[in-house]
Design a protein around this ligand. Structure first.
Ligand SMILES: O=C(O)CCC(=O)C(=O)O
Ligand SMILES: [Fe+2]
Length: 333
């Protein structure tokens, strides 16, 4: 399927200190509308957010490069967690360009500290401070977006608490550059299993999202922008209004790509449930309620490997198999 480099996903600017970020203002409501439209039409958008400084981004990526280059593999492999997608993955074959680390609940300083103590004997306090700072800021950005989503559907306070009860899983990634001239897969096409994701990349592009007709759209971000992606549980929560966008990472050129992603993971026992306000005659309930962790475990289980990533949520929670088959049958590449 082709690449459409011309096509752009929406770019929404959250200006620091402007009234647009004060809940209830005219500017806030305009942003709510933009965020909702982007999530419903594209399942993602780029957000310009200067409150997270270039400096903290640069420092984080410099530290990530040190981590990748300096720490021996045996230590990296000690970044283990029984929860799916929370651990270290090294290049598992010569074919693989991907290497990634996971820190659960990374806005909590102690979590970053335990990670750093495994990687470096002295616990690298500068790593802890920098990484914890950027995660807290990314979490704040995620919370603003979440409040905008709630307000865009006219929902009440109850939903704010549910969201604020989530934790942030940080993944830090390196994608090796392929041999010269090649255009190769760094990460397979998938939809995200956490509620939502904010991605921050370091200058080298590579992230692509699937557009309406199956064409791939390359995203290019700047040093002040981030990508927000709707995950499967958020799509369910919105009763299918929002789109969980399929995305992948493709590499070419001779530079490695580094990125970090803040994933929203609800606390243990959270039930993903469609708000009553989003169910009516025109919008009948499309999904059953489910425990978030059951879905995460399901989507990483052996039995699911043959199901396309975007279809897994329908297999797991759709109330109408027909809806799933007709709208989401496609073959992964
Ligand atoms: O590295 C990226 O830009 C994307 C990572 C991603 O999609 C994921 O880890 O789910
Ligand atoms: Fe992803």
């Amino acid at each position: 399927m082709g690449i459409d480099a011309e096509f752009q996903v929406p770019v929404i600017e959250f200006r620091t200190g402007s009234p647009d970020l004060e809940r209830g203002t005219e500017g806030w409501h305009q942003n709510c509308k933009r965020v909702r439209e982007a999530c419903e039409m594209y399942g993602c958008f780029q957000v310009v957010y200067e409150k997270i400084s270039r400096r903290v981004r640069e420092e984080t990526f410099a530290l990530l490069k040190d981590l990748v280059e300096e720490v021996p593999l045996e230590r990296k492999q000690m970044n283990a967690n029984p929860k799916p997608y929370h651990s270290y993955f090294g290049p598992c074959s010569q074919d693989s360009l991907y290497e990634g680390f996971g820190i659960e609940d990374a806005s909590n300083y102690d979590s970053v500290k335990s990670f750093a103590h495994i990687m470096w004997p002295d616990g690298h306090p500068y790593f802890c401070e920098t990484v914890n700072t950027i995660v807290k800021q990314m979490e704040e950005l995620n919370n603003i977006i979440w409040l905008m989503i709630i307000d865009s559907y006219g929902l009440g306070e109850k939903w704010e608490t549910v969201m604020m009860n989530s934790k942030t899983l940080l993944r830090m990634m390196k994608y090796m550059s392929p041999s010269s001239g090649e255009y190769r897969r760094g990460l397979h096409a998938h939809t995200d299993k956490p509620v939502s994701t904010i991605i921050c990349e370091d200058q080298i592009p590579g992230l692509e999202i699937e557009g309406k007709d199956g064409q791939w759209i390359k995203l290019s971000s700047s040093s002040t922008s981030f990508v927000f992606l709707v995950g499967d549980p958020l799509m369910v929560w919105s009763n299918g209004r929002m789109k969980a966008v399929k995305h992948r990472v493709m590499m070419n050129g001779d530079k490695d790509r580094y990125s970090i992603a803040a994933f929203t993971i609800p606390v243990e026992g959270t039930i993903i449930k469609i708000p009553e306000e989003l169910i009516d005659e025109q919008h009948p309930r499309l999904f059953k309620d489910f425990d978030f962790m059951d879905f995460l475990l399901f989507s990483f289980s052996e039995q699911v490997k043959l199901i396309d990533s975007a279809d897994q949520i329908y297999t797991f929670a759709s109330l109408s198999p027909l809806f799933s088959d007709q709208n989401h049958a496609h073959i992964d590449n």
